[in-house]
Design a protein around this ligand. Sequence first.
Ligand code: 5AD
Ligand code: SF4
Length: 460
Amino acid sequence: MTKRLFIKTYGCQMNVYDSARMADLMAPLGYAAAATAEGADLVILNTCHIREKAAEKVFSELGSIRRLKRQRQREGGRMLVAVAGCVAQAEGEEIQRRAPFVDILVGPQAYHRLPELVARADLAGEGRVLDTSFPAEPKFDYLPETGAAPGVTAFLTIQEGCDKFCTFCVVPYTRGAEYSRPAADIIAEASCLVAGGAREITLLGQNVNAYHGAAPPDGQSGSGEWRLGELVRALAGLPGLARIRYTTSHPRDVDDGLVAAHREVPQLMPFLHLPVQSGSDRVLGAMNRRHTADQYKATVERLRGARPDLALSSDFIVGFPGETEQDFQATLDLVSAIGYAQAFSFKYSPRPGTPAASAENQVPEPVKTERLTVLQASLQQQQRAFNANCIGRVLPILFEKPGRHQGQLVGRSPYSQAVHANAPADRIGEIVPVMIRAAQPNSLAGDIAGAAAGDGERAA
Ligand code: 5AD
Ligand code: SF4
């Protein structure tokens, strides 16, 4: 009999990828995706620990899950509840204390063991099973091939973990040491995604451009390893794969091979999320980012030298311990100097176990709020200007899915902007020239340009 599996995903795109793989793992055991937790046989919360708010959301969701689990019990059924991801890794004990009805805790490195954990939890009655270890064997070797058909755009994790230890960040503790998958495995998975209909692949990793995976047996490489630039070139050779992106990058790991790939590989999209966090060298030092504001600007210049239309995105943290008005001004100056197409910004959130959390010079909450407002106003203005600049241009849009309105499709520009246009549903999966007519803060609208209205390029 089919069992119902509900997965709720929090946080980054790596978690979106992990959730899809968990669904793949459970499918052979008869678990099919359910749209809600109500009446589910297995509920998985795939969690994020990056900021306090993200972790708190999980505990509040667990409150409603507990009610649904009780209801299921009253109806004579059983609902297993699993907490996966970084909160399980970092706060396993706290979950056991605050939510003792949780049956399974599984960290991001151990979820290939999910079928076994579910079987054990099934047998164990109300006993709890833990598995938040960092197993020695790479989980990727134990994951089944991607099961469900991918959409037009797909994610592919190529690297995990981080050795950088920025002083604000939990990732090195929750995701563990850096690990790069062998290039041959990645190419095989990408081929599978393309065969299933994917036209764009986003390569994922917490530190994706630190990638240094084993080169394929036939790959030309003196060191036996490939860096990201080489991997991108190999993937660009897959027939049918029209677009490649990668995220998230560290400014220190932008090497010449990657810059050259931006210059020479047309499939590599001209949009890059390159977090800088702060524009102040003093704060960057305290964050252990290992680069200065000028080095970041020089990296951006190198990239723009290779790909002049490169659009940039970043993450920023305001109110890092010890951040002064002057430091904050340096961040605003850097924003003006770079010109971002899009960005994310956050108030510093002390994370247990990270060095910055125990610093004495914490910035008061109202100051953080004030700085975030100022920074976001500046970033939003840049985003609006970037979008407005697209009006009147014809951009190649990869249509992904139906839009909200009848007869409308939504796709993405090379610069990762969402674009709405009237087009028939059979053009999903095609890259179509669209004349941009209007710009909103978060999306563009346009019309299929000229001759392409009838006979554009067809999906491979
Ligand atoms: N507080 C606020 N923001 C944080 N980030 C990571 N850790 C923290 C923290 N403790 C932000 C960084 C990172 C993004 C994923 O989340 O900007 O790039
Ligand atoms: Fe966290 Fe990124 Fe720094 Fe690694 S490089 S510690 S993931 S912010």
